[in-house]
Write a protein that binds this ligand. Structure first.
Ligand SMILES: [Fe+2]
Ligand SMILES: [Fe+2]
Length: 283
């Protein structure tokens, strides 16, 4: 077994919170910025289906793990299920008359069906790669909360709660992968996860950019200007994909573990807030 693992004091408790997202009806909920709103809406539109794939990938292998990891797997599944529910709620508030939401949902479903058709191991590897990407964005969010200045409290809390829980469970799928592949030659394991990361990074960033640009076109941007504005937002200012590049590239180090980057302190402040807001967990 790898010497590296999730710190013992990191727990993955589901928090059943329903957020007041009503302000999303008004349109540009990200501080009135159509570009940022389009990018975060594009992300949100991919979450419910994507998170269900993560759940199923990890669930497939849950019988093979025990102890603390088995407990974390249970927490992971519950957290992702609640994320999917709340982001579905947000997605329902996007004006479907105006924005090509159905078109994007259809494209997402097609990609997800493809991912599912490739079997549980490929789904698990895609999951660990996407979870690394999400954890990187969550880390950027925690370090740059000003991105959410001017956002209605319910929506701001939704994204911050999601970022916090993505950080808490960032290594769960990874630890499952490391456990179930423990007899693989280390080089094969390394190449599989690195190759998957390279491919998924390209596909994921390209898809989000495309979906966000489609949303922005509905705001009156030309195709070219929409693409330019979205690329600027994700790669330069504020650079939600590029700002965490150091965290991102750590993946390609042999022996990498998500908790090599220990950002427990970053989310500690938020935990008390959301623990207090959560409904008592069902027994
Ligand atoms: Fe999530
Ligand atoms: Fe996640």
């Amino acid at each position: 077994m790898s010497a590296k693992a999730t710190p013992g004091d990191v727990v993955v408790p589901p928090r059943d919170i329903r957020f007041d997202l009503d302000d999303a009806r008004k349109g540009h909920w990200l501080g009135g910025d159509p570009v940022g709103t389009a990018v975060f809406n594009a992300l949100s539109l991919t979450f419910p289906e994507g998170e269900r794939v993560f759940i199923d990938a990890v669930r497939h292998y849950r019988g093979e793990v025990d102890g603390k990891l088995a407990e974390d797997v249970r927490g992971f599944i519950a957290q992702e299920a609640i994320h999917a529910r709340e982001h579905h709620g947000l997605n329902q508030l996007i004006d479907r008359e105006r924005y090509p939401v159905a078109e994007i949902e259809q494209a997402v479903r097609k990609r997800i069906a493809f991912a599912r058709s490739r079997g549980p191991m490929r789904m698990l590897i895609a999951t660990i790669a996407l979870e690394h990407f999400t954890a990187m964005m969550a880390d950027v969010h925690a370090a740059h909360q000003e991105m959410f200045d001017g956002v209605a409290p319910g929506i701001e809390r939704l994204w911050r709660w999601h970022a916090m829980e993505e950080t808490e469970h960032k290594a769960v799928a990874f630890d499952v992968f490391m456990h179930v592949t423990r007899r693989w030659p280390p080089l094969v394991r390394y190449l599989r996860r690195s190759l998957a990361m390279a491919v998924i990074s390209i596909v994921f960033t390209r898809n989000i950019t495309h979906y966000a640009a489609r949303l922005l076109e509905a705001d009156g941007y030309s195709k070219k200007d929409a693409l330019k504005a979205v690329k600027r937002f994700v790669w330069r200012e504020p650079g939600i994909f590029s700002r965490g590049w150091k965290t991102y590239f750590a993946w390609y180090r042999p022996g990498f573990h998500p908790w090599d980057h220990d950002n427990r302190a970053l989310i500690a402040r938020w935990r008390a807030e959301f623990d207090a807001a959560a409904q008592p967990a069902a027994a």
